[in-house]
Design a protein around this ligand. Structure first.
Ligand SMILES: O=P(O)(O)OC[C@H]1O[C@H](O)[C@H](O)[C@@H](O)[C@@H]1O
Length: 373
């Protein structure tokens, strides 16, 4: 509903007398924020770095690393799809004691490389790195732009955003350039990201980018949500929704081709940008009998990447066999950069839902998959 305010936050006590903020939606999904020894108000004003980590096959855990002027605290947000409460780190949880700067997330749908380095300014391998204002190495900036390596702040007073009534809890984050950042990319902008939990557990990312330049100058950017999809095995996976579409092949100097097959399957390295694709893409995992449905708006392109075995060995933070359990399928705007004049704003949305596949003995009903049935 337009202008709807976030649901009220519930402040209560967690284990060891720690404060806990809980957001809930009626079917039992919940989001918890645990700001150790901080009041709700002070927690929400802190700078934050966000990582969502898979806790089990069903839970999603977001680790918010917070920094204020005097000290560093860690916050945990758990989006618990099962309605189960989760309060402790899994034993294998990677240390979050360094000051790496990142934005990414992990769900059972999304994967984090076991080799992921948490060393700034290196990006975290996995989750959904946000590539902005440049995708890949197509411009003068660092690979995939700087947004995936920056501090994001919790935005306590975002401008109204029309929000579907099915979005039951969410957190608003914002990225703005520092004076130093302006030397690298001389444009003022506000990049707002709402991470929302939809009724039933879908994840909805809503992005708004505004040109706040005071010098009257427009700027252009490309963007991608470079989603690392979790797979049983790459040989068991097919992607539907991209067939017959044109793609730019980065393994062939960006040449343009047309996808010929009736679905994408994978037997070797792939590094492509499909252009002007449909809004729904289905990543079907036959072994797990489940389908990740990606719905996107304002993001006409789709990037598909898997380094395969040889290149995987040359990527330090990518395990030798990670290529078997990961496929990047990202919602993007790459082919035709977006240009914003001062005061103009772009909006993009990405929704991820996991559905049981209707695939059975070779028969898949793509319409059902794309409708999320
Ligand atoms: O290693 P990263 O900087 O995260 O990039 C990983 C991959 O991202 C994109 O898909 C690019 O098209 C690839 O060329 C690149 O190798």
């Amino acid at each position: 509903m337009a202008g709807e305010r976030p649901p009220p936050l519930e402040l209560c006590k967690a284990v060891n007398d720690l404060d806990k903020i809980v957001l809930r939606e009626p079917r039992g999904c919940s989001a918890e924020v645990r700001p150790p020894s901080l009041s709700l108000d002070s927690a929400l004003r802190l700078d934050v770095r966000l990582l969502l980590v898979c806790r089990s096959d069903l839970d999603l855990c977001i680790i918010l690393r917070c920094l204020n002027a005097s000290s560093i605290h860690c916050c945990i947000v758990s989006l618990v799809f099962t309605g189960k409460s989760s309060s402790a780190f899994p034993p294998s949880f990677p240390p979050i004691l360094d000051l790496s700067v990142f934005l990414g997330y992990i769900t059972p749908k999304i994967v984090l490389s076991l080799q992921a380095a948490f060393k700034p300014p290196q990006a975290i391998r996995g989750g959904i790195p946000i590539c902005f204002p440049q995708f890949s190495s197509s411009g003068n900036l660092e690979q995939h732009g700087f947004a995936r390596n920056k501090f994001w702040t919790v935005d306590t007073n975002p401008p109204p955003l029309p929000t579907s009534s099915s979005v039951k809890s969410y957190v608003d984050l914002i990225l703005k350039p520092t004076q130093d950042d302006l030397k690298n990319w001389p444009h003022s902008y506000e990049f707002r990201l709402r991470v929302g939990l939809v009724l039933g557990g879908n994840l909805l990312l809503t992005s708004r980018i505004r040109n706040t330049n005071s010098d009257g100058k427009p700027f252009s950017f490309t963007i991608a949500f470079h989603t690392y999809v979790s797979l049983s095995d790459i040989s068991e996976v097919r992607v539907e929704g991209l067939e017959t579409w044109d793609y730019l092949d980065n393994l062939k100097e960006g040449q343009r081709f047309t996808e010929q097959g009736d679905a994408l399957t994978f037997e070797s390295e792939i590094d492509r940008v499909y252009v002007g694709t449909p809004t729904k893409i289905a990543i079907i995992d036959h072994e797990k009998k489940r389908t990740l449905v990606m719905r996107k708006d304002g993001l006409p392109d789709a990037v598909v990447w898997n380094p395969w075995n040889k290149k995987a060995k040359s990527i330090p933070d990518f395990g030798d066999d990670d290529y078997k359990r990961t496929l990047c399928v990202g919602a993007a705007n790459v082919e035709k950069p977006i240009t914003l004049k001062p005061g103009e704003e772009w909006t993009g949305r990405l929704e991820l839902s996991l559905v049981a596949s209707s695939y059975c003995s070779g028969q898949l009903d793509p319409q059902k998959v794309l409708r999320g049935l």
